[in-house]
Design a protein around this ligand. Structure first.
Ligand code: MN
Length: 742
């Protein structure tokens, strides 16, 4: 422990602080600082810390840390005064401080005092209250949090003199509340020191062991990081890059945690070393990266570009892990000086460089996502809920995902794209039909990673969320919104829609099933589709909870079984393509809604001829009546809402008349390919070139580098299919293509 940690250092007043700010280039109101110090000193007169030092030594130490972060005069004044209102209520108040030092100092002191106001025995409750106050304060002025963290850091440095129980409680609170906050604000140095100190109180033996191991290992390989640095420096110089090179070794706490979490021994920690290259420009970052990858073998999957995609706390850097001499891996971080300032001192670094109202607004804007947490408070009705919300949002690791506009959405770990959609807006979730991660189509149950840019694809034609989503989503927010949607939707209405749809499908068969047959077909199909009963099937069809292709297929299968048991049971459309000939049922050369073999008759009112645009109408008992599209009866009928379901797309089976264009069938393709940024667009371009209708697209990750793209396309016949196949095989990175659906 250093002298500062044990509190042995003699109290030197504010001379060291004044020397520090004089050395800085920033302007400070020294007169105001001295006044604040003297006022705080007079208020704390006669008070002593447990260590025996005069109490004022603590606020002064806090003020020094605050000043070292580059915070302004008012922040340093507030640091001097942060304990006065609580400790000396008979002598001062926020009002008095406002009169003496102005609105800002008073507001900061008030925020800091309120954070301490709750001090109950129930530890959990107290923590939650503190956090709530902190977050509230933070949303008003982030400086309150900075000062609070400096206060906590000094308390942790001097915690050794406190009784064991107090040490433990404070260390736990630091670990669970303050270190994560510092981390979230990007204040790495403060976070690391808080963690190391907390660990040293919580597990003194483990802390000592790891510390000793570090000594041992660093001693053993001291030359490694030195040699590596020298070697890298030499190479960078050859390229004329101006740089600073740092070597770093993992902290005691981060090693301890890695050993504990991954059940590793100290000697199994391989990313112990890291070097950091700090350059002037972004371009030089990438140049330096190229040089590093030329000098050393890189470990696949370890490269991270936080420059193009900064972390939500504004951290920017390039990370890669390479193998050094003697096979020792080490991490390389490359960033610019400005990025480095942000990495080391967090958002406070911006404060250091900029002044005026603008900088405060800029910081507030950057931290707007933090205030999103405050919203959780509004939706929570009791403390238990709020506690739960905080546990998810603060204590667990989170994923931070970008919207295409660059907004940051914080999601609990393992949240899916559906959670993301609902986190933006319930209407986005309810209309979600797909999603893209970093521009690539991704299944909606995919778990996005921090830094991913996620775009939700919506359609007003979407039938809304599926019940299955309830099993997929991770956040209670999304689950609640989906349930709410179902609640709003009326089951009877769903059933009506579903029933009409099934009747419509059945009416298209040439031989219409009778009532008993219909009942048997539908209930068997419902059962095979995993539905409880026919109503359940209708309801599911109604709200879009079951894929219509499945329903169509099952109905067709059951129809074949029940109505025509003697004929060869199932002829699916893909089978037809595979065998190269289309099964015709020769009924007037009309295809209704993509189906052959419908019983049709030609409407007397317009007598359509081959080549006319036509449309089908489902009659009651006489099959489908074919009208010209511009037939007045058809035009009038189609505008009636109650007939909407009964008008069907119809077309001539042109082949029968001209042998030219053939009808389209859905066919699935599984494309095995090496993942490449241009892959998807090359494939869609190829399809567009051939005027192939793209009906569906999905991707599945196979390995780190390989993916499967599942396409559903419109295809006329086997020749057409083969031509699509050979064209797609010529797309770069495509390895092989198989038939098959999603
Ligand atoms: Mn304090």
């Amino acid at each position: 422990m250093t002298a500062a940690q044990t509190g042995e250092k003699a109290f030197a007043g504010i001379e060291p602080l004044l020397a520090m700010i004089r050395a800085s280039e920033k302007h400070y109101d020294v007169e105001k600082l001295e006044r604040a110090y003297l006022y705080a000193k007079s208020l704390h007169e006669g008070q002593f810390r447990v260590s025996g030092e005069p109490y004022i030594s603590h606020p002064v130490a806090v003020a020094e840390i605050v000043a070292s972060l580059g915070l302004d005069t008012d922040s340093i004044c507030a640091a001097f005064l942060h304990d006065t209102v609580e400790d000396c209520p008979e002598k001062t108040s926020v009002e008095i401080i406002r009169n003496r030092f102005g609105e800002d100092v008073a507001m900061l002191v008030d925020g800091l005092t309120k954070m301490k106001a709750i001090n109950v025995e129930d530890k959990e409750e107290a923590n939650i209250e503190n956090i709530r106050k902190m977050l509230l304060a933070m949303s008003k002025d982030i400086r309150v949090i900075f000062i609070k963290l400096c206060d906590r850091l000094h308390n942790m440095r001097t915690l050794g003199v406190k009784p064991e129980a107090k040490r433990r409680a404070t260390a736990l609170e630091t670990m669970h509340v303050y270190a994560p906050l510092a981390h979230r604000l990007g204040m790495q140095r403060i976070k690391q020191e808080l963690e190391n100190l907390a660990l040293s109180y919580l597990d003194p033996i483990g802390y000592a062991e790891v510390s000793n191991d570090i000594e041992r290992k660093y001693g053993q390989n001291q030359n490694f990081i030195e040699n590596t640095r020298a070697y890298v420096a030499e190479k960078l110089e050859e390229y004329g890059i101006h740089f600073t090179l740092e070597g770093r070794v993992k902290t005691v706490y981060s090693i301890y945690r890695k050993m504990f979490n991954q059940n590793k021994s100290f000697d199994e920690i391989y990313d112990f070393y890291a070097i950091r290259i700090i350059v002037n420009t972004e371009l030089e970052c990438y140049t330096a990266l190229g040089i590093i990858h030329e000098l050393f073998k890189s470990i696949p999957g370890r490269f991270k570009d936080y420059i193009s995609t900064p972390k939500p706390n504004m951290y920017q850097s390039l990370h890669t892990t390479v193998i050094g001499r003697d096979g020792i891996p080490f991490e390389v971080q490359i960033r610019t000086r400005e990025m480095h300032q942000v990495a080391e001192f967090g958002i406070a670094a911006h404060w250091k460089y900029k002044s005026g109202v603008g900088s405060k607004e800029e910081i507030d804007k950057k931290l707007a996502w933090i205030s999103k947490l405050i919203d959780a408070e509004n939706s929570a009705t009791d403390t238990e809920d709020f506690m739960q919300a905080l546990k998810i949002d603060i204590f667990s690791d989170e994923t931070f995902v970008f919207t295409p506009k660059g907004d940051v959405i914080a999601l609990p770990q393992n949240s899916t794209l559906i959670d993301f959609a609902y986190a933006i807006h319930s209407q986005i979730g309810n209309r979600m039909v797909g999603a893209k991660i970093n521009g690539m189509i991704a299944p909606i149950d995919r778990v996005p990673q921090t830094g991913d840019i996620v775009e939700i694809l919506t359609s007003s034609a979407s039938k809304g969320p599926s019940r299955d989503w309830l099993k997929i989503v991770k956040t209670s927010e999304a689950r609640a919104k989906i349930r709410q949607w179902f609640k709003k939707e009326k089951r009877p209405e769903n059933i009506k829609i579903g029933q009409a749809e099934v009747e419509r499908l059945l009416s298209k068969y040439r031989v219409k099933p009778n009532e008993a047959q219909t009942e048997e077909i539908v209930s068997a199909a419902a059962h095979k589709l995993g539905m409880a009963d026919v109503e359940d099937l209708y309801n599911s069809i109604g709200y879009g909870g079951v894929a219509m292709t499945k329903v169509t297929t099952k109905l067709r299968q059951e129809y074949e079984r029940v109505v025509k048991p003697d004929e060869n049971a199932v002829v699916t459309e893909t089978d037809q393509i595979q065998t190269g000939h289309l099964k015709k049922r020769g009924t007037g050369g009309i295809i209704v809604d993509g189906e052959y073999g419908c019983e049709v008759k030609f409407a007397r009112c317009c007598n359509p001829l081959p080549g006319d645009d036509v449309i089908g109408f489902v009659t009651k008992g006489f099959g489908i009546s074919i009208h010209k599209k511009d037939c007045p009866n058809a035009v009038a009928g189609m505008s009636k809402p109650e007939q909407a379901d009964r008008w069907l797309r119809a077309e001539w089976d042109v082949e029968e008349f001209t042998g030219a264009a053939k009808p389209m069938y859905e066919v699935g393709l599984q494309i095995y390919a090496e993942n490449d940024i241009r892959l998807l667009s090359n494939i869609t371009t190829a399809l567009a070139d051939m005027k192939v209708t793209l009906l569906g697209i999905n991707t599945k990750k196979r390995t780190e580098t390989d993916i499967i793209i599942l396409l559903t396309v419109g295809c006329k016949n086997i020749d057409h299919y083969n031509s699509i196949l050979s064209r797609l095989r010529s797309v770069p990175h495509v390895e092989r293509i198989e038939r098959g659906s999603m």
